[in-house]
Ligand binder design. Structure first.
Ligand code: GLU
Length: 509
């Protein structure tokens, strides 16, 4: 086993958009594979056709691609162990269900939905819960309670059936989880799970185990919600004679809501003010739109970096990790057992960190897209200058636009609060004098401009704050923004003079 090549898989069911917990599972699998020189497979588990959602597969692949998680084998990439979509593997599962029946580890069950309901109701009436297991299977309609002839007759007559796993009686299943250590389960707490249905489709449990075996999977890394399935899976490997090559298991801790109790769910997202999906998603049935990290302006690197820290930590102070650094440092030993709280503010912090490391020119491309959308023309050079001036103050490129729109458009209105505070009596007169003074200034770079402007203000005996605030209000329309002389240099003399004139004429106190 230890010499076996590391092969892991991400095995989502295409029942909707991939939620960030799913992306984290994919990421941890990917990091583990790449750290260990192994393969990362993408297998689509679509045996439950009733839950199939069109577009989900494509969404999953696009999400992984956006995050930089590269699939080695999968429905698009192909590979030696294909097909990688379970519905296309349908024909191969039957054989294993038959093997399990032949070896006495599984049996046919003919119980109808009505019969099962009646049984459940009868148990409820006794204030008990019905479990299909060693205690009850003898009274049910199955190949354990019926004779061989009866069973053959029913199958020949085309009666619907399922194949159930025959859970051994009072048996201890012990297995080592790479994150949790040894975990043990008593089979009396488990039920006879359905493995196969008469429509020819396996259930998740059978298909998952068979495929992990046939695809040479060495490690199963998945969410904690699958921990209760581990004993059944272990027993299936053993019953199918694959105990020796069984993969090792690692169940990742839950991702918890930022506030309150419990697991972060798909429904939390927009309600709590942050996306839970990597990319935007429109529900094909309801048309409802859910926000995505990408469209909300997060950088994929920031999203991935944040996800990596949901359950894992490097054991050092370092918080910023590129994908390559994550691969370099990742180990399941440093994944904790307890759930980790999702922190939307920290996610913004990550975005801010990545935004600051980007070139102004790179950010300018994104800013120009936003400007174009708003119908504002500019140049890559100008956009880059603005990005350089504002990037330290924002978490998103969209905020560069929000805070810096005045660079591209003269203010159409003036912030009322700022006007009240900063456009006091006497200010229009001061600004008129400043206008005249500036007309005579030729060197319009930020530093020389400041050098002549400051002595002028001092000489006039005006309060420096009063002047600067009014000046800013004239150019920006508000009481915010970067260094005023940088703004002047960017706008150019003509535009600055125009804006001061507009302010004098238009600001009404
Ligand atoms: N299809 C399962 C899911 O949707 C896979 C669980 C596993 O990795 O075994 O999460």
């Amino acid at each position: 086993m230890s010499n076996q090549k590391v092969r892991v898989r991400f095995a989502p069911s295409p029942t909707g958009p991939l939620h960030m917990g799913g992306v984290r599972t994919a990421l941890f699998n990917y990091l583990f594979a790449k750290r260990n020189g192994g393969d990362f497979l993408l297998r689509i588990e679509d045996t439950d056709q009733t839950r199939y959602v069109p577009g989900a597969e494509d969404y999953i692949m696009k999400s992984l691609e956006w995050c930089g998680i590269v699939v080695d084998e999968g429905i698009r990439e192909g590979g030696d162990c294909g097909p990688y979509r379970q519905s296309e593997r349908k024909a191969l599962y039957r054989k294993y269900a038959d093997e399990l029946i032949a070896s006495g580890n599984a049996y046919y069950a003919f119980d109808t939905a009505e019969e099962l309901d009646a049984k459940r109701a009868a148990f409820e009436a006794k204030k008990e819960t019905f479990t299909y297991n060693s205690q009850t299977r003898g009274e049910m309609n199955n190949s354990i309670s019926l004779s061989a002839e009866e069973v053959e007759g029913k199958i020949a007559a085309g009666e619907q059936y399922v194949v159930r796993f025959k859970m051994p009686d009072n048996h201890e299943v012990k297995e080592e989880d790479m994150i949790r250590g040894w975990v043990s389960f008593n089979t009396d707490q488990l039920d006879d799970k359905v493995l196969f249905k008469s429509d020819g489709m396996p259930t998740y449990h059978l298909a998952n185990v068979v495929d992990d075996h046939l695809m040479g999977i060495s490690h199963v890394i998945r969410g904690e919600e699958w921990l209760p399935s581990m004993p059944l899976h272990v027993l299936l490997y053993q019953s199918l004679g694959w105990g020796e090559t069984m993969p090792r298991f690692a169940h990742l801790p839950l991702i918890l809501k930022p506030v309150g109790k419990g697991k972060l769910s798909k429904r939390d997202g927009d309600k709590m003010g942050f996306p839970v999906f990597p990319l935007e998603w429109t529900d094909p049935k309801s048309g409802e739109l859910s926000s995505g990290y990408r469209e909300d302006g997060y950088f994929a690197e920031a999203f991935v970096n944040m996800l990596a820290f949901l359950g894992w930590n490097p054991g050092t102070e370092q918080e910023l990790f590129s994908m390559d650094e994550l691969i370099e440092s990742f180990s399941l030993d440093r994944v904790g057992k307890s759930g980790s709280k999702f922190d939307p503010d920290k996610t913004k912090w990550y975005n801010h960190q990545y935004l600051m490391t980007k070139d102004d020119a790179e950010l300018a491309v994104l800013l120009l897209d936003i400007l174009k959308e708003k119908g504002i023309e500019s140049t890559p050079e100008k956009a880059a200058i603005v990005c350089g001036m504002l990037k330290e103050r924002v978490d998103f490129v969209s905020e560069i636009y929000e805070q810096g729109a005045f660079f591209f458009q003269a203010p159409e209105s003036y912030d009322a609060k700022a006007v009240k505070k900063r456009w006091k009596e006497g200010v229009p007169e001061i600004m008129s004098e400043i206008l005249e003074f500036l007309k005579g200034v030729d060197n319009w770079e930020a530093a020389p401009l400041k050098e002549v402007f400051s002595p002028f203000v001092t000489e006039k005996g005006w309060g420096f704050g009063v002047v600067m605030n009014a000046f800013r209000l004239s150019l920006v329309g508000a009481a915010a923004g970067p260094d005023l002389f940088d703004i002047c240099a960017f706008l150019g003399k003509e535009e600055v003079l125009l804006r001061i004139e507009n302010a004098i004429n238009n600001i009404k106190r």
